[in-house]
Design a binder for this molecule. Structure first.
Ligand SMILES: [Cu+2]
Length: 378
């Protein structure tokens, strides 16, 4: 963890000079000797069609391998996805060890009581019904036992709720996810503020001529994106969400994260990814016709690989010792530096700007220009 924080605070040049052995993630150590620290995390990590260096893939993202059953739903399997954050692991435990046994026991108990009453007190076996109307012992029991059951559930539940809204510590990597109809844009405010757009990768027959279509190396159908978001493992992530149009929701099941993206607002949460890998999610707020087609793909890599990726994107790592916990003002908040600066130049001519923190997408979006065929015709 400490090594990870140090690595993220180094400049890209320094990271390139760092041997992979110092990277804290176990997979980095497993890389063959002599391979640079931007090599794929496992031997079979390079997708068949990828260029020699995964970092120089067409979209600039490392071509990390998708591990079977990790970070995505699996056919015929029920239950929660394997979790790779502390909150997720706790929630998984709570679901499997607290909630499921509790509701199963209560359901079976009530079913048994019902069956007993139906059988024992049927008309044939019990022709003269009892006239009893009160029983203090039973009344106390049927009040206290449900209270106890609720307390049993509430204690871990409230703790988890609190943990989910814990602010990120100093030194966290900030990822700003911006919802659009119907794709996500991402900014890295601590790393030069560059922006990435992630669109659904269409299937082979659906992509226009010259357009990149999905392969299995990209991910499952409807979950693969043209650009993956890259985040470091072992480093706290500060996730900030907002939207350019309607309410979306940024959700990745394996991170135990679902955070609404609301126009004119910033929502914030934090998490730390434990294991390298590729993790998929989807917009989880009904946001319009192509709601189902704005997937999320996150590639979690070692801090060294993250630094290399940032450099490849033209970004910069924060200087050593410089905490990346600067306050990002709510859109339109009075006194925000951006607002004041922009207000000085814009107000006189055009009036106040509505949302100063959200940059307009810089490139035309393939997904938004889709004709109403293929996926849109569902
Ligand atoms: Cu959406």
């Amino acid at each position: 963890m400490a090594a990870g924080l140090v690595l993220t605070s180094l400049g890209p040049a320094a990271v390139h000079a760092t041997a992979p052995a110092v990277a804290p993630a176990p997979q980095a150590a497993a890389a063959p000797a002599g391979v640079s620290n931007i090599a794929p995390t496992t031997a079979d990590a390079t997708p068949p069609a990828a260029p020699a260096s995964p970092l120089l893939a067409r979209d600039g993202a490392p071509g990390g391998a998708i591990l079977p059953g990790i970070g995505q739903p699996v056919n015929g399997v029920y239950g929660l996805q394997p979790q790779v954050t502390r909150n997720g692991e706790f929630a998984h435990w709570m679901h499997d060890v607290v909630l499921l046994p509790t509701i199963t026991a209560i359901s079976l108990f009530v079913l048994a009581l019902l069956a007993w009453v139906v059988f024992r007190y049927r008309r044939a076996a019990n022709p003269v019904p009892s006239k009893t109307s009160h029983n203090t012992t039973i009344e106390v029991l049927w009040t206290l036992l449900p209270v106890l059951a609720l307390v049993l559930i509430a204690v871990p539940s409230i703790g988890l709720l609190q943990a989910q809204f814990k602010p990120a510590p100093a030194g966290a990597v900030t990822l700003k996810a911006i919802g659009n109809q119907w794709y996500w844009t991402y900014q890295y405010p601590d790393h030069g503020g560059f922006e990435i757009t992630a669109n659904l990768l269409k299937e082979k027959g659906e992509a226009a001529a010259g357009e990149r279509s999905r392969t299995d190396a990209d991910g499952p159908r409807l979950l693969a994106t043209d650009n993956r978001i890259v985040l470091p493992v072992g480093v706290p992530i500060r996730l900030i969400t907002t939207s350019n149009d309607v309410i979306h929701s940024w959700a990745v099941p394996a991170f135990w994260i679902k955070l609404d993206a609301i126009p004119g607002r910033l929502n914030e949460t934090s998490f730390t990814i434990d294991k390298p890998g590729v993790y998929f999610g989807q917009c989880s707020e009904l946001c319009g016709a192509r709601h189902a087609y704005m997937p999320i793909a996150v590639e979690a890599v070692t801090p060294a690989q993250f630094a290399a990726w940032i450099a490849a994107k033209g970004g910069t790592m924060p200087a050593r010792g410089q905490a990346s916990d600067k306050v990002i003002p709510q859109p339109g908040a009075e006194g925000s530096a951006a607002k004041v600066a922009e207000g000085n130049t814009v107000d006189a001519a055009t009036g106040p700007t509505e949302n100063v923190t959200v940059a307009a997408p810089t490139a035309p979006q393939g997904a938004t220009n889709n004709p109403a065929t293929g996926n849109a015709g569902q």
